[in-house]
Design a protein around this ligand. Structure first.
Ligand code: SG7
Ligand code: ZN
Length: 236
C-alpha cells in the first residue's frame, strides 16, 4: 500500500518566482509530508525497478554536491503510481545541508533529515528524450531516499571515495567498479507519492515524487566528507 499526502506546503525559496514563473505553481516541491493527512493508496500495483549494474557510470561535480550519470544505459522503474508507463533512470544525486540533520529537501511532520538522495527517471513510453520529458506533467519520476546518520553505507561509499577527485566544478571521473542503484534504496518499499516539481530552477512541474518512508543510514564520516567537499553551507 502507498500513501498520498494531501496537504502540500510550498517551501521553495521565495525569490525563484521572479525568474522562474513556474515556481509559483500549484504542485511545487519539496513539501512537508503530514503523515496524519496522507491517505492510503489502496490497491496500487507494486513499484518495480530493474537496474543495470555492469555498465560505465561517471560522477560529476556540477558546481554543488555531486551527480552520477547513468550514461544512457537501460535501468527501469515502473508500477506504483506510474500507470502503465516505463521510466528510465537518467541520473542520481544528493542534497545535504550545512548542518547535520538539516539537509533533506522533503520533511516528514516537520522533521528534516541529514540528506536526501534522488534517483531521477524519465518517461520513455511517451517521450523521446530526457529534455522533452522534463517539460511534461507526467515526464519524470524521482525516487527520494531520506538519509540519516547511523552505520556506513557501502554503496554510497563508492561515490564518497571518488569525491577527492572531483573537487572543482565540471570535474568528472568514471567508476572503476560496478554500482547497483538498487542498493541505495531502503529495504521496505512503503512510500509516499504526490505530483510535484523539480526542486531547483526551473522548478518545472513534471515530477511524480515517490518518497520512501524508511530512511537509509549513512555514517557521520560520510556526511562530513560530503559537506566538506561540496556544499559549503549551501544546499542547491
Ligand atoms: C540537481 O537537481 C541536479 C539537476 C536536477 C535538479 O540540481 O541533479 O540535474 C542536473 C542535470 O544537474 O535537475 C532536470 C534535473 O534533473 C532537480 O532535480 S530534483 O528535483 O530531483 N532535485
Ligand atoms: Zn534532487
Amino acid at each position: 500500500p502507498y500513501l498520498v499526502p494531501v496537504v502540500i506546503l510550498i517551501v521553495g525559496p521565495a525569490t525563484w518566482v521572479e525568474k522562474f514563473p513556474e515556481a509559483r505553481g500549484t504542485r511545487q516541491s519539496p513539501v512537508d509530508i503530514v503523515t496524519s493527512r496522507a491517505s492510503s493508496g489502496g490497491s496500487a500495483p507494486p513499484l518495480v525497478w530493474r537496474y543495470s549494474v555492469n555498465h560505465p557510470r561517471s560522477v560529476v561535480n556540477p558546481g554543488y554536491c555531486w551527480r552520477v550519470d547513468e550514461n544512457g544505459y537501460d535501468s527501469e522503474l515502473r508500477g506504483g503510481p506510474l500507470g502503465s508507463d516505463v521510466y528510465k533512470l537518467q541520473q542520481w544525486h544528493c542534497h545535504w545541508g550545512s548542518v547535520n540533520g538539516e539537509g533533506s529537501e522533503h520533511t516528514v511532520d516537520g522533521r528534516a533529515f541529514s540528506g536526501e538522495l534522488h534517483l531521477v527517471h524519465w518517461n520513455t513510453s511517451k517521450y523521446n528524450s530526457f529534455t522533452e520529458a522534463a517539460g511534461q506533467p507526467d515526464g519524470l519520476a524521482v525516487l527520494g531516499v531520506l538519509l540519516m546518520v547511523g552505520s556506513k553505507h557501502d554503496e554510497l561509499d563508492k561515490v564518497v571515495r571518488l569525491l577527492p577527485y572531483i573537487q572543482h566544478k565540471g570535474d568528472k571521473v568514471t567508476f572503476s567498479e560496478p554500482l547497483n542503484p538498487a542498493n541505495l534504496l531502503p529495504k521496505r518499499i512503503a512510500y509516499w507519492t504526490y505530483p510535484g516539481s523539480l526542486t531547483t530552477p526551473p522548478c518545472t512541474e513534471s515530477v511524480t515524487w515517490i518518497l520512501f518512508k524508511e530512511p537509509v543510514q549513512v555514517s557521520a564520516e560520510q556526511v562530513r566528507l560530503n559537506l566538506c567537499y561540496y556544499v559549503n553551507g549551501k544546499n542547491v
